[in-house]
Write a protein that binds this ligand. Structure first.
Ligand SMILES: *[C@@H]1O[C@H](CO)[C@@H](O)[C@H](O)[C@H]1NC(C)=O
Length: 245
């Protein structure tokens, strides 16, 4: 696990003069590159000039002007003040572990394939491969037609942030259905040891069953309708025949 560069959790406080101009401000930072490399840094500035700081690695205060130096020396003898800083360092470290844990654990996407009607394209249908709730952001979706990767008639969205560390992405394949063709969406992500295939088979068993059930239902409906029609005709003919006969 490697985090490039520094991430910092930042706290800022300011002191205003009567003229409402900032003359002093402090910056409290939790800097880290890993759970083992955490620095809690507290800095006081006066008119943007660094007066003094507490550095958790050093474990003490440092003053950069004569007055600040005196103040730092006094604080360095103050066990209570130093203990307070140590607690703040531990809180900083605790939060960093939590953040890094989130960053370092890849979360596998939930993948869904859906068939929709294409609008205005060269093909009547469109397959949508949607990957939801994955982490980290980097992911690759590709399409296979009968095992061969295809790049034509493919459109993809960017990775969209859900705002909760997780992402989603959608890839679209426009196509003209041909019976028996196997179309798959290939997902490559840090959470997977190897790319995972999600298959869409046209007229596969479940589809065929659906068609069979649908067909039988249609036939039954038609039979009932025809029988009803014959029954109705017979009856109405019978009635009209009575007055004439
Ligand atoms: C904090 O102290 C460590 C150890 O002396 C030093 O290496 C580091 O540069 C200091 N950081 C800052 C921002 O002064």
């Amino acid at each position: 696990m490697r985090v490039h560069g520094f991430l910092s959790l930042l706290g800022v406080f300011m002191v205003f003069s009567r003229a409402d101009a900032v003359f002093a401000h402090g910056v409290l930072r939790c800097l880290f590159t890993s759970t083992e490399d955490v620095l809690y840094l507290e800095q006081i500035y006066f008119n943007k000039l660094l007066l003094g700081q507490y550095n958790s690695t050093l474990g003490k205060y440092t003053g950069y002007t004569e007055k600040a130096h005196e103040k730092a020396e006094a604080l360095n003898k103050d066990k209570k003040a130093l203990d307070q800083e140590k607690i703040k360092f531990l809180i900083c470290k605790f939060h960093i572990s939590w953040v890094l844990d989130k960053i370092s654990k890849p979360v596998e996407p939930t993948v869904k394939l859906t068939l929709v009607e294409a609008t205005g394209g060269r093909h009547p249908n469109m397959l949508v491969c949607s990957a939801y709730d994955f982490y980290p952001k980097l992911i690759q979706l590709s399409w296979l037609r009968n095992g061969k990767e295809t790049k034509t008639d493919v459109l993809s969205t960017e990775e969209l942030s859900n705002g909760n560390w997780y992402y989603q992405i959608h890839s679209y394949l426009e196509f003209t259905p041909s019976p028996g063709e196997k179309i798959s969406c290939k997902v490559d992500h840090a959470s997977l040891k190897e790319p995972k295939l999600y298959d869409w088979e046209l007229f596969d068993e479940s589809e065929r069953n659906k068609f069979a059930v649908g067909g039988a239902g249609l036939l039954l409906g038609l039979l009932v309708f025809v029988a009803g029609l014959i029954f109705y005709k017979k009856n109405s003919v019978g009635r009209t025949l009575v007055p004439t006969g």
